[in-house]
Design a protein around this ligand. Structure first.
Ligand SMILES: NC(=O)c1ccc[n+]([C@@H]2O[C@H](COP(=O)([O-])OP(=O)(O)OC[C@H]3O[C@@H](n4cnc5c(N)ncnc54)[C@H](O)[C@@H]3O)[C@@H](O)[C@H]2O)c1
Ligand SMILES: O=C(O)[C@H](O)COP(=O)(O)O
Length: 525
């Protein structure tokens, strides 16, 4: 009988379902990381929320582990890469607590508008300070929504019900979807300038970290009120404090913090600041939802191999799995490349297969492409929900099979339509197992998309490669592999390098300033 450990406080429904389905279960929620490491080897599954940190170190000791299940959305406490490397499936419940979290954001907005926590404390202290607390109405105010996914979408819907105007910034939001949501799509600067309230609903990624930086906070309207029920790290907390102290920011409500648990924080006690201890998902309804969902999903996997809502594995039948696995790795890498390189909202994606690839079930390949594309924007996307999310956002997805066989015995090509025109990448399998990029935006270039990479578009000129090598060397960045391609002699050329160290923003600035460089970007696979 498989054995599961529940390591964070979870609704009792989870344990009940595991037992009913024939899975042994222990609930141990008070262990230190060292103690957890001592016992983790006994379990086939680990069910958790956001408190348990599933590090590479913990997974090293998880010798029997087959599945890690997050009863919730964010998986930033799980080293998904280390789990994948160990063949452990990571699952989440992408929709179970969305309504609850959206309601918390709206509650925080009301609390800010009417200073409810401060007025409550004052009244209960016997002060009756009726003149001190003068609020603002929400009706007709502009709500700036940063991140218009599941939770952002529900917040927008509720805000419109409150007669607010909603302006949304999300690079993945199409005009069509914005129209459907009844929000105005805007760039970040416009949103910052116009919003009376700003609410954040993005995952924490390299692109969203400090999205409300000191510089961006300075662009906001005087008297703005800010809500974060998404992830700590999206706001520069020191700059937020400065803004509150100076009076530029009228109020801020945080449910999430850079350091959690936040037992101390410079923001505590700042006038206009209110907080909750990461309670976004904490309602009876949401906790029952996510507990039931994760216990069902994990039991399915442990007892019959069924896969639902996995972040690192497609849903597959036992027969198809070995054949499709390398294609899905190829498709996800190509999708991830496109997602990272596309700088604006994608309108459509065409997934073409040729040769051997065209003979296979296209759905898992499409799911893998979409999961790869959208992982650049959201950490709750997986191969199961990616096609659904693409449809919901009005992204036109086309699958085209070609009978012909071209230069390669098998080929997957992805063409995306962006505001800047069509862009296409293609890849094949070497030895039927190893994914390889073979074409990038019309330029033939052969590369393994793996780990940290640098992408450069430059004018094809003598001496350029030496100068790039020197710039990386001076920054202490070691080159692993070097791939080159060009449109024509002396024309546009691309470089794809795998590197051992991080490409810092400073190094990117240096590279972008070099003679002949048109684009330089850091990629991660
Ligand atoms: N406080 C809590 O208890 C709580 C509860 C649930 C979820 N969350 C967090 O809320 C966040 C949103 O969850 P969700 O389910 O709506 O996720 P989602 O994936 O449905 O939506 C995220 C949205 O952010 C957008 N996005 C990505 N990068 C962006 C960028 N650079 N700028 C603007 N938008 C960008 C994506 O396109 C996507 O639409 C996640 O971080 C999740 O972990 C917190
Ligand atoms: O990502 C999530 O689902 C939320 O942050 C909820 O976290 P929690 O399960 O620890 O409340």
């Amino acid at each position: 009988m498989p054995k599961v450990l529940i390591s964070d406080k979870m609704d009792p429904k989870a344990a009940q379902i595991f037992r009913e389905r024939g899975v042994e279960v222990d609930e141990i929620t008070d262990k230190s990381p060292e103690e957890l490491k001592d016992i983790i080897g006994r379990y086939d599954g680990l069910a958790l929320r956001s408190s348990t940190k599933v590090t590479g170190d913990l997974l090293e000791a998880a010798d029997n582990m087959k599945v890690v299940g997050r009863a919730g959305i964010g998986v930033d406490n799980i080293d998904v890469q280390a789990a994948s490397a160990k063949g452990i499936v990571v699952m989440n419940t992408p929709f179970g607590n969305s309504i609850t979290t959206a309601e918390h954001a709206i509650a925080m907005m009301f609390a800010l508008a009417r200073e409810i926590p401060q007025a409550d404390a004052s009244t209960q202290a016997g002060k009756w300070e009726k003149k001190k607390f003068m609020g603002v109405e929400l009706t007709s105010k502009t709500l700036g929504l940063i991140g218009a996914g599941n939770i952002g979408g529900i917040v927008a819907d509720r805000a419109r019900g409150l007669k607010m105007k909603v302006v949304a910034y999300d690079p993945f939001l199409t005009e069509e979807r914005a129209l459907e949501m009844g929000v105005e799509k805007a760039d970040l600067d416009t949103l910052l300038k116009r919003a009376d309230f700003i609410t954040l609903h993005t995952p924490l990624t390299d692109q969203t970290r400090n999205i409300l930086s000191k510089e961006n906070l300075a662009k906001t309207k005087k008297g703005v009120r800010i809500i974060n029920c998404a992830r700590g790290g999206l706001i520069d907390e020191a700059a937020l404090k400065e803004g509150l102290d100076s009076g530029h920011i009228a109020g801020a409500a945080l449910d999430v913090f850079v350091e959690e648990p936040a037992r101390e924080n410079p923001l505590f006690g700042t006038p206009g600041f209110i907080s909750t201890p990461h309670l976004g998902a904490s309602t009876t309804e949401a906790q029952v939802n996510v507990a039931i969902q994760i216990a069902e999903q994990m039991s399915d996997y442990l007892l019959s191999g069924g896969v639902t809502n996995a972040l690192n594995m497609p849903s597959l039948s036992a027969e198809e799995a070995p054949l499709l696995k390398p294609y899905m790795a190829l498709a996800e890498k190509l999708g991830s490349l496109v997602g990272q390189l596309a700088q604006d909202a994608l309108k459509s994606i065409a997934i073409e297969t040729e040769g051997a690839a065209a003979e296979l079930n296209q759905k898992p390949i499409t799911g893998a492409v979409l999961a790869g594309v959208m992982r650049a924007y959201s950490d709750s996307v997986n191969m199961v929900n990616a096609p659904f999310l693409a449809k919901e956002r009005g992204l036109d997805v086309r699958e085209v099979r070609h009978d012909r066989e071209g230069d390669y015995h098998t080929l997957v090509r992805i063409t995306v339509q962006t505001d800047e025109g069509d862009r296409s990448v293609a890849g094949t399998l070497f030895s039927n197992t190893e994914p390889r990029l073979v074409e990038l935006f019309g330029i033939k270039v052969e590369a393994d998309l793996a780990g940290k990479m640098l992408y450069v578009v430059n004018a094809d000129k003598a001496g350029f490669i030496g100068r790039i090598g020197s710039a990386l060397g001076e920054a202490g960045v070691n080159i692993g592999t070097f791939h080159l391609g060009r449109r024509a002699t002396g024309g546009e050329a691309v470089l794809l390098l795998s590197v051992d160290q991080d490409i810092t923003p400073e190094l990117l600035t240096t590279l972008r300033g070099m003679d002949g460089v048109k684009t330089a970007m850091a990629l991660d696979f």
